[in-house]
Design a protein around this ligand. Structure first.
Ligand code: PMV
Length: 363
């Protein structure tokens, strides 16, 4: 069993003055949802997600050794977003650096320039925290690997996921693998609350290249942030039952991934999405993140599925946008349906075509 202390490095064997790395990391979409957490970003229940391919953050990290005397002045970094200095992103990055400093003790010895952009529109309502924190974590691990060249690949990716988790919980599922589990689950060996692991069991070819078309229903700022939402699961009247249900649904998915039963997959995935939003609606204070068009889309998907027997379903993250999930072999039919019947419910007709991807990539 890993503990956080396993990620505190011993003395480094090498030194490095300056350099540059660049990584891309994708977003991910949870099938079993993480909702509720303990201290230090430890999830209240396990989750599993499809890693995406096209929605990603690309981050370049330049580093330069500082004078030994300036190290006591705290962290030193510049932040560029889409090539321009972005002061309002800095507090989030500073908080991340503070959280991971114990595990990356070299952070104050360098000045960093973090240059980042997303492949999806900034104000699309697609959270960039998962892809952004994962891309940053990969870069810091590349630097640590220079300081400790003996590091194994396994440790590299595990610790990258561990660090990404400290930035934003679900970011730990954006590091490596098509299907990633985060959180202890008895039937998934090596699963951990500390980092994401590649789903270790068989995955039927029905789920290979699964498609995710993201319908942008509402691009505005959420009324209630995920941080507040997670927090409202403390003393929530249904929390314990919900956490148990996530374990049950993850076990169901293990069998579903193996058998390729898309009908059962749909039941688990849609139930998880609606349960997530039911938790929000039954929090105190209660709130609703779905919009009228979210429900219009859900009903249209149900009608289309019933009439055409096409195995298409939806999931939601903590917002109004709808992720439409379907196997690759029905993509033509589903895209036509989306264009004909769902685009009208999207803000400015916007949607993003994505599919399962592999995780972070060094550029
Ligand atoms: O990683 P956070 O704290 O932004 O929480 C993400 C929560 C959901 O997207 C709603 C579910 C999930 O497992 O990704």
């Amino acid at each position: 069993m890993f503990t956080a202390a396993d990620f505190i490095p011993k003395a480094y064997s090498s030194t490095i003055e300056s350099g540059t790395f660049e990584w891309s990391a994708p977003s991910n979409i949870a099938l079993v949802k993480y909702w509720g957490k303990k201290e230090n970003q430890i999830p209240a229940n396990p989750s599993v997600s499809f890693t995406l391919k096209n929605c990603k953050t690309i981050t370049r990290l330049c580093f330069e050794k500082r004078d030994a005397s300036s190290v006591t002045n705290g962290f030193s970094f510049d932040l560029l977003f889409e090539g321009k200095s972005k002061e309002d992103f800095k507090p989030k990055i500073r908080k991340f650096l503070e959280r991971v400093e114990a595990y990356l003790p070299f952070l104050k010895e360098y000045h960093f320039t973090i240059d980042t952009h997303n492949t999806f529109p900034h104000s699309s309502g697609i959270a960039s925290s998962a892809s952004g924190m994962a891309a940053l974590a990969m870069n810091f691990m590349s630097l640590e690997k220079l300081l400790n060249p003996e590091m194994s690949d396994e440790y590299f990716y595990q610790k990258a996921s561990f660090l990404a988790r400290l930035g934003s919980g679900s970011a730990c599922r954006s590091v490596k693998g098509n299907v990633v589990v985060w959180g202890n689950q008895a039937n998934i060996e090596r699963s951990s609350d500390l980092f994401g692991v590649e789903f270790p069991h068989a995955i039927h070819e029905n789920f290979r290249n699964y498609q995710d078309t993201i319908l942008l229903v509402d691009k505005g700022e959420k009324q209630v942030s995920s941080t507040v939402g997670h927090d409202l699961m403390h003393n929530h009247p249904y929390a314990e039952r919900r956490f148990a249900q996530a374990h049950e649904n993850l076990d169901k998915l293990i069998a579903i991934f193996e058998s390729g039963n898309v009908e059962e997959f749909i039941k688990v995935v849609e139930s998880e999405a609606l349960t997530l939003h039911a938790m929000m609606m039954t929090s105190m204070p209660y709130y609703i993140l779905m919009k009228p068009n979210t429900l219009q889309i859900i009903n249209a998907i149900w009608k289309f599925r019933a009439e055409t027997k096409t195995p298409v379903c939806f999931t939601l993250d903590a917002g109004a946008n709808v992720h439409v999930l379907y196997p690759e072999n029905v993509s033509k039919k589903v895209l036509q349906f989306i264009k004909n019947e769902l685009v009208g419910f999207c803000q400015n007709g916007q949607y993003i075509c994505d599919e399962i991807g592999k995780g972070a990539i060094a550029l």
